[in-house]
Write a protein that binds this ligand. Structure first.
Ligand SMILES: Cc1cc2nc3c(=O)[nH]c(=O)nc-3n(C[C@H](O)[C@H](O)[C@H](O)COP(=O)(O)OP(=O)(O)OC[C@H]3O[C@@H](n4cnc5c(N)ncnc54)[C@H](O)[C@@H]3O)c2cc1C
Length: 491
């Protein structure tokens, strides 16, 4: 007999986004019946797995693409401040859960590591100096330091400076309160705790196949091995990573019309040579090559994966028509519909530099990859580094009124007008901003509960610093508390 299940909320996908939304719902409305469906046999096995992303806690202190200059040479800090505020909210939420005993010792998923931006040449050095002057004056980036002096740079990242000519023009900024996050371990911890809470159920090997809306409920067709299961719920979150677009299209939601997706895959070089790992305690971000998408900024990182430290360099971009690492080659063609065809073709024509960049990346030989690594590490030896496949990012394509077809590199929540379904598209800045994205999603889908005041009150306890206020006193107080709980310190 076919199984039929009912739940107050169904969350599709057990990655960091689904886990974060489930944790927020549990904190706001304990006892709510929440069903989490995951197609794989493990949680966090797609983009949220540590090996599939760079694990940078994006606080916007080292990523140069968040601080562009306008046509007049003025620095635009808007995006950096938004992302910094969002990451601060993630830290606050994790701290609140650690304090409750819901999350374990933060060392399981969070490590402090200074964040650096590094550039070459006079022009980029001047830009970096201007950027540091503006940013260090703000409480959000207080303590950011700048140097062009090789002696200082050698102290900051000795491996990067080994074998450099003394006259090489370089400049860097340093921000001590940077982090590396194992989002896979965090997701596992969150879901491990959630499964012990009344009302929360996680079902692995359960794949959402189809869904439609009728009589005030979403009706989900789910497969579990060869069995079919019907799930009914008034609220559905599609947090299926790259596959979200395909599921959203199946939902028939009017708001989903016009959206398409373009997958970009990533690769890393990984080093497990102990003597090198111990000499580099840093995330060093450079500038994206001309014509490359911003997420291809090269960086050399200290990484902690399942508690083990390594070095990671990349990303090298690639192309696969799959929307997930464990997806199907038919994902991209299956996502092309009459309503998004024009936008897809328009972006293909307009973003020819991206296509050229991807083709160039695909043609790279191991020697080409080594040459790029040696720009950062002049003394790198091929035998210390091996290639690993990272996750898939599906970039959003859509037609925007007045702007035409656009390739969007951020994330976007698509929600039904009645709030009964929400879906998360895109992947950047991603996991670091999960808490802010999920709070905004809840505000859009449950406006009445926010108007009633109970949810905002509880949220204010969990996330006392509201970045939109820019209130430096509260920020300072919250940071102190967070840092004490999460084991971060001034370095
Ligand atoms: C190369 C790369 C580098 C990145 N670097 C960073 C970084 O440094 N910092 C950062 O903050 N973010 C980074 N990100 C982004 C970050 O990894 C993602 O934003 C985040 O992991 C997305 O989480 P998610 O839960 O939405 O998706 P996922 O982790 O992909 O989870 C989606 C889940 O849905 C499941 N699923 C799919 N279809 C179905 C279905 N039909 N039924 C049931 N379940 C389904 C999947 O199996 C999967 O478990 C990076 C991403 C990539 C690809």
């Amino acid at each position: 007999m076919e199984e039929r299940i009912q739940a107050d909320a169904v969350l599709v996908g057990a990655g960091i986004m689904g886990a974060t939304l489930a944790a927020l719902l549990q904190q706001l409305e304990p006892g709510l019946s929440v069903l989490i469906l995951e197609r794989l046999e493990r949680v966090a096995a797609e983009s949220s797995a540590a090996i599939n992303n760079a694990g940078t806690g994006h606080g916007a202190n080292c990523e140069l693409n968040y601080t562009p200059r306008d046509g007049h040479g003025h620095l635009n800090l808007h995006k950096a401040l938004a992302i910094n505020g969002a990451y601060e909210q993630s830290l606050q939420f994790w701290a609140a859960l650690v304090e409750q005993g819901a999350l374990p010792n933060p060392g399981v998923f969070l490590h402090q590591v200074p964040h650096y931006s590094l550039v070459w040449g006079k022009e980029d050095g001047d830009f970096l100096a201007q950027r540091q002057q503006h940013m260090a004056a703000l409480p959000q980036f207080d303590g950011m330091a700048f140097s062009q002096d090789h002696v200082v740079l050698k102290d900051w990242f000795p491996l990067v400076m080994e074998g450099r000519a003394p006259g090489e023009v370089m400049a860097a900024t340093r921000y001590g309160r940077g982090t590396d996050v194992d989002f896979g371990a965090l997701t596992e911890s969150l879901l491990g705790w959630l499964q012990k809470q009344p009302g929360v159920e996680l079902r692995l090997n359960h794949q959402l196949r189809d869904l439609h809306h009728g009589n005030g409920l979403w009706h989900l067709e789910v497969s579990h091995h060869r069995r079919r299961i019907q799930v009914d719920s008034p609220f559905v979150f599609l947090g299926a990573g790259g596959s979200t677009l395909l599921l959203l299209q199946r939902s028939g939601l009017g708001e989903a019309k016009g959206y398409g997706g373009f997958p970009v895959s990533g690769q890393w070089l990984i080093c497990q040579t102990e003597s090198l790992i111990t000499q580099h305690w840093a995330k060093v971000y450079g500038k994206a090559p001309v014509g490359a998408p911003p997420m291809s900024m090269p960086h050399l990182d200290s990484r902690w994966i399942d508690g083990r430290r390594s070095l990671l360099f990349g990303p090298y971009a690639g192309f696969s028509s799959k929307f997930m690492k464990q997806g199907s080659l038919l994902d991209l063609p299956a996502s092309i519909r009459p309503h998004n065809l024009l936008a897809m073709v328009g972006v293909g024509l307009r973003e020819s530099h991206l296509v050229a960049y991807l083709l160039q990346q695909l043609r790279q030989s191991p020697e080409d990859r080594l040459a790029r690594l040696r720009h950062f590490l002049p003394q790198a030896r091929p035998e210390d580094w091996h290639l690993a496949i990272a996750g898939q990012r599906v970039q959003i394509i859509k037609h925007e009124p007045g702007r035409g077809p656009q390739l969007k590199l951020g994330t976007e929540v698509v929600a039904a007008a009645d709030g009964s379904l929400a879906a998360l598209l895109g992947a950047s800045p991603g996991a670091s901003t999960a808490v802010t994205i999920m709070v905004e999603l809840l505000q859009r889908c449950f406006p009445k509960l926010f108007q009633e005041g109970r949810w905002p009150q509880r949220l204010a306890q969990l996330l006392p610093y509201d970045p939109s206020t820019g209130d430096s006193t509260t920020l300072g107080r919250c940071r102190q508390r967070c840092d004490a709980i999460l084991g971060l310190r001034e370095v």
